[in-house]
Design a binder for this molecule. Sequence first.
Ligand code: SAM
Ligand code: SF4
Length: 326
Amino acid sequence: MAGLVDQFGRIHTDLRISVTDRCNFRCQYCMPSEGMTWLDRSDLLSFEEIGRVARILVERAGVKSIRLTGGEPTVRARLSQLVASLSELDVDLSMTTNGATLPLLADDLRSAGLKRINISLDTLDRQRFIDLTRRDELEPVLEGIDAAVAAGFDPVKVNAVLMRGINSDEIIPFLEMGRDKGVTVRFIEFMPLDAQGEWSEDTVVGYDEILAVVSDNFEFDPVERGSSPAERFIYRDGSGEFGIIASVSEPFCDSCDRIRLTADGQLRNCLFALDHVDLRSLLRGGADDDTILAAVAGEVDRKWAGHAIGQVHFLRPSKSMSQLGG
Ligand code: SAM
Ligand code: SF4
């Protein structure tokens, strides 16, 4: 098979796997404070089912990277067992986490074969952290960043979603934290998937604005971008790098290589997709590998050109970011 190619010729090699829809946080922009109904345990794909889909897509469809996500992936019991089995595949295995459980889990995950880790953190101010996440857990997250570095993850990336009037004054403190801890900070533009529906174009702190603030404070040079959605910059003084992911102001849809598997087994070809193929029914209905592969390939083939944020025909998906995996 030539790989997972869509109708526009884009080849898909990056698989995001959500292992749970649950989370120990309630980030404002991601899920409502109350009223979330969690999937039943029986609705979640088992580790065996996840492993089977991953193996088919790595061995037969050219998938080269797998990122575990959620909800919060580390709240899924025995996550390191899944990591250990996925790490046997020839794949770049990484995880996105809110970081709060890393002081406990970083070593185990590393030993199980996880290679890279992204930690989401949107403010360095305790009260803002409480307001944003509805949890008083800034300290464990900062300790989690240190634990990830100490466990040998390289690189450790810290992703901050910037929102005007909420944390847009923290660009420089974030970069200083990154330089201090030896981690790469990446700023992500706020996307209209927030649970409260408070997103508007005015709340997005865009690429040019971020770069202008950084330019006033640090000297840096751009790095060749490659296939990463992040624009990367390296400090001239040798103290590492930072990045900007401009998913709204400069969408990378033209070179998108991502597909997503939700915790309940929906294969989605885009974060903003309104449709999906139900792999769980296939897996539980006795489908063979060829059938599963064909279902994924069909869904990828149908992928649309781009997310159309800011255009009249843009439609928000009905699921929250926590259910889609970010
Ligand atoms: N719980 C994990 C975490 O927070 O990293 C993984 C799941 S979370 C849904 C994945 C990513 O989505 C996080 O980096 C989070 O900041 C990001 N995210 C959630 N809602 C967002 C939004 N409306 N715009 C941009 N990024 C968002
Ligand atoms: Fe949980 Fe991550 Fe969503 Fe925050 S962004 S509520 S940590 S899933």
